[in-house]
Design a protein around this ligand. Structure first.
Ligand SMILES: Nc1ncnc2c1ncn2[C@@H]1O[C@H](COP(=O)(O)OP(=O)(O)OP(=O)(O)O)[C@@H](O)[C@H]1O
Length: 254
């Protein structure tokens, strides 16, 4: 689905991502792990075209997307969530989703001003998609609650719904279980599995090792911007370089 060839991103003298090649496989849960500052977020920013790489290429479904803009790659089917989800806290959960979806659709100012039929049709579609996404992530019961009043775990689900409403093929999740308790983490992991069962491909960054080891089909390990290992959870758990750089001997049996 996504092929990364010799990807490098330098910030001044620092190579945040250094000559990384990998693939993100269709219909799988792909995980990226590594210590703080390893380059995981930068890697996501490159894939979602927030940053241009210093060198290397990114190919999505056979097409070179290295130099596209974020909205262009989003339209091809790459969506992402962020470590923290910015919501309009004074608006309802449903309205946040409708606005989030509207920001990604096509009507220009002219359509808005003359209230065109295209705009009304888009509004209807946005509302429907927002409701469908809320239902999918299990939040229909809080559609009318103010976003400022929902829990951290519900915010994570809203972030998923915002990304899903754009009909992505590849979903990039940045710490999808950050700041939620162990029971909620299990619920979010189940939701990620459900997304894959419905045909999505997932790539996620996460520090919670238990979650990663039970969820991921494939793990890429970054350290100081470089790929130090790649493989199944069992392979990664047993890899001496990974234990050394990241897991530590305490985690070797996780
Ligand atoms: N826009 C930027 N300008 C300069 N340096 C940056 C920029 N973004 C990231 N870096 C640096 O690149 C390196 C990798 O950072 P990055 O945020 O990608 O790591 P990470 O693995 O996501 O870390 P964490 O787990 O803490 O989120 C760090 O040394 C960071 O300071």
């Amino acid at each position: 689905m996504l092929k990364i060839d010799h990807l490098t991103k330098r910030f001044g003298g620092l190579a945040a991502v250094n000559d990384v090649s990998t693939t993100i496989e269709t219909g799988k849960i792909n995980a990226i792990i590594g210590p703080n500052g390893a380059g995981k977020t930068t890697f996501f920013n490159l894939i979602s075209c927030v940053h241009r790489p210093t060198s290397g290429t990114i190919t999505f479904e056979g097409r070179d997307v290295t130099s596209l803009r974020t909205d262009e790659v989003a339209r091809l089917g790459v969506a992402r969530t962020f470590q923290t989800t910015a919501l309009f806290d004074g608006a309802t959960v449903l309205d946040n989703l409708i606005v989030g979806h509207r920001l990604r659709t096509h009507s220009g100012l002219f359509d808005v001003l003359r209230g065109s039929s295209r705009l009304r049709e888009e509004e209807r579609i946005c509302r429907e998609k927002a409701r469908a996404a809320l239902d999918f992530v299990g939040l229909s019961h809080i559609a009318q609650r103010l976003a400022g009043d929902i829990t951290q775990e519900e915010r994570k689900r809203v972030a998923f719904a915002l990304a899903l409403a754009t009909d992505p093929k590849l979903l990039l999740l940045d710490e999808p279980a950050g700041g939620v308790n162990p029971e909620e983490t299990l619920g979010l992991a189940e939701l990620i599995r459900k997304m894959v069962r419905h045909g999505l491909t997932v790539c996620l960054i996460e520090h919670k090792m238990n979650m990663i080891m039970s969820l991921a089909d494939k793990i890429l390990v970054l350290s100081y911007g470089e790929k130090i290992a790649e493989g199944t959870p069992a392979e990664i758990r047993a890899n001496p370089a990974v234990i050394d750089a990241y897991l530590g001997s305490d985690h070797a049996g996780v």
